[in-house]
Each structure stands twice: as structure tokens, then as C-alpha cells.
Design a protein around this ligand. Sequence first.
Ligand code: PLP
Length: 392
Amino acid sequence: PLHPIAAFDRIGEENAFAVLARAAALAAQGRDIINLGIGQPDFPTPPHIVEAAIKALRDGHHGYTPSVGIEPLRTAVAADVHRRFGTEIDPGKVVIVPGGKVTMFSAILMLGEPGAEILYPDPGFPIYRSMIEFTGATPVPVPIREENGFGFSAQEALALITPKTRLVILNSPANPTGGVTPKAEIDAFVAGLEKHPHVAILSDEIYDQFLFDGEAHTTLLSYPEIRDRLILLNGWSKTYAMTGWRLGWALWPEGLFEAARKLAVNAWSCVNAPAQYGALAALTGPQDCVAQMVAEFDRRRHLVVEGLNALPGISCAVPKGAFYAFPNISGTGWSSAKKLAAALLDEAGVATIGGPDFGIFGEGYIRLSYANSAENIARALERMGAFLGEAR
Ligand code: PLP
């Protein structure tokens, strides 16, 4: 039989998709499953964006576009960054990609190889570690701790840097914890990087508009001193409820841009043309759709956190960003968070994801996405309460 090269034995996956499949299989057997496992907004894409993509098709945008994306979209990305953060970026270094994940993949592929070390947040998005392992580089987890509000610790990260470190990955607001790294911590990290000029930074800011309690986003773009080694990951998937469109954007530093462009030419030619016109409408059109979605997430956030804290053995810190809650389950008597998540799905009909699916420091936690209706969230919490009460 055929075998892929050994690197494919090391590549992982996102267990969220396996949970989704298991939940769908149970639902197909007639079970009523409430899905708090999936990390995508439950809203449809705003209609003006959908219409712009349909119009692009009608107007004949059926061919290849430049590999790095259509000019007006790259310019609109730079204008949006300027509008939101007051920071200038060169649209000539923006690459439109088929999903934020592609930027992650590209950056780790460009900098990872045997002998290299890459720092990544743990618990964190599972694909970081998977891709690092794929390249043969050594994955070095930076612990993301509840006592730090699930923010990134500059001190801990800087202490893990060695002469072999090639890349440090940051993600704020964060999946799976909802943690937001305070500006002072990012200031300290950037200041500390001065001593380590060989280290590049990948800042995954895909949840940058999902912030609550008046928090403002600190983008790594606002530090000119690291611009020549910063890869910025962002996109439309979460902000405009466009996960299935497969769209993202990256800003590449001078030294890596050509590699990013060539990767696009070799692997996907360009992002599908009508989707790019939809993305353009998203950035240049009204933004109240984003504010409305965030307000609805905020309302649900309170429901989830209050509901979780009322459950036996569970304590949940208030997440400041993204749309996830990451409750501590150590008081429930369940020593394996994955087993608890599996039992909640099979016995209570509530899909969640065990913290260890996001890294070794995820044990003792489960992730709930509140991208579901307030009514379903309330039903899920009721079921979880009954399940945990009985299991005691
Ligand atoms: N980065 C983080 C932290 C995510 O949670 C996700 C999606 O779940 C992505 C990147 C990927 O986004 P996209 O769907 O645009 O590839």
C-alpha cells in the first residue's frame, strides 16, 4: 500500500471536527444534541456581503485573480487597519489567503525545520502544534494560565527563547480560553524581543473584534520595532460570520513576502474571486453588523459564565474575548476532562471539547463555545447540571 512521507505520521488534527461528526452521528440516531463544541458564529453572513459576492459572479469575475489577492481588497485591508488602529501597513505586503489557517500553515512551514524551536500557546489552537511537528521543528509550549486571566506571559515566553528559537506564536483574544493578553504584557514581550533579533513573531489576531467589558485590542502591528519580523494573521471568518467562505489576510514582513507569494502560486493560485468581492464589501460596507454580533455574544457570555458557576464542582473565569468559556472542572471529581466531555455528549447530549485537545496545560478544563442561541445555552446548562448532580 501507499504511504505518505513520515512527516504525515506527526501531523495532528482539530478534535472539534471529530466532536462535530460524533454529535451529527448521535443526532442522526434521533438524539437531541446541543452543540457547544463548534468554533464558528451561528449567524448567517450579513446580506450585503452575500449580495456583493453574487454580483461579482454576475459581473463576470470568474477567472483567476492575482495570487496575492485583488488590489482593491489588499488596499481595503490596509485602510481597515488604519481606521481601527491608526497604523499604516503596506498593502503591497498583504496576501489574501483561503482562511486564516493558511497563514499559520505558511508561516510555520517557512520557519520550521529539524533543530529549530517554535514557541506556541498551550492551551491553544491545536493546529499550531500539529504544523510545528509536521516540519520536524521542536514545539515548545508557552503555558497559558488561569491565574493570568488566560493571557500570554511575557516573562515565561522570553525565558523559553533559545538560540534555536525561530518563531513565537501569540493569539489574543484566544481560542480556547477567551483570554486577552493585557497591553502591558505585550509591551514587555516586545521589549524583551530586542535581545533576540533572530526570533520571528506570528500574531494570530483572528478574534480581534470579539472583545468585551470595554477592552481595546492591542495589535502587534502597533510596534514598529518588530515590523520586520512580524507575521500578522487575520481574516473574515469570525468577524463577519464567513467561516465557510475560506478567506483570510496576512501581512508579511519584507523578508518573507516573496515566499508567501510563491506558496500561493504553487498551492492555491488565488482565493476564489467572488469571495474576495464579498470580503471587500465586508470591509467597505457598514460595520454595525459586527457590533450587533458582538453584543449578542456578550449577552450569551454572561449566561454561560453565570450558568457554569452555578453548576456543582465547576468554576469559570469571565472570558474577556473570543466566544469561548473555559471552565475549570477540577471540583467535579472528573480527573480527565476529555472523559467528562465525552460523557457530556453521550449521556447529556451536550457537545463540548476537552481542554487536553488544546494542549497539555488544558487538562482540568473543557471548552464551551457560546456560538449557539441563548435558549440552547440555557438548555445545555440545565442538562449539564442534572448530569453533574447525578454523577456526584
Ligand atoms: N486562529 C484561531 C485562533 C482560530 O480559532 C481559528 C479558527 O477556529 C483560525 C485561526 C482559523 O480561521 P479560518 O477559518 O479563517 O481558517
